[in-house]
Design a protein around this ligand. Structure first.
Ligand SMILES: [Zn+2]
Length: 64
């Protein structure tokens, strides 16, 4: 399954896409993939707890 997460908080929408078999795997991959973006563009989010990042991703992602 393909999971996409689009971040558009304060900038042009940027989409991150990963292939995963289930939600757990997808969120882990997306957290890894969005980490550099969060650290660079949203330091306040990167400094939050992994649980917060997880919630944010899972509330906004789309699955195909
Ligand atoms: Zn962003």
């Amino acid at each position: 399954m393909k999971y996409s997460f689009t971040c558009d908080q304060g900038h042009e929408p940027q989409t991150f896409t990963v292939e995963a078999d289930n939600d757990e795997e997808a969120v882990a991959k997306l957290m890894e993939q969005t980490q550099p973006h969060l650290a660079q563009v949203h330091p306040e989010m990167a400094g939050g707890s992994p649980e917060d990042a997880k919630q944010m991703i899972m509330s906004a992602w789309t699955k195909e």
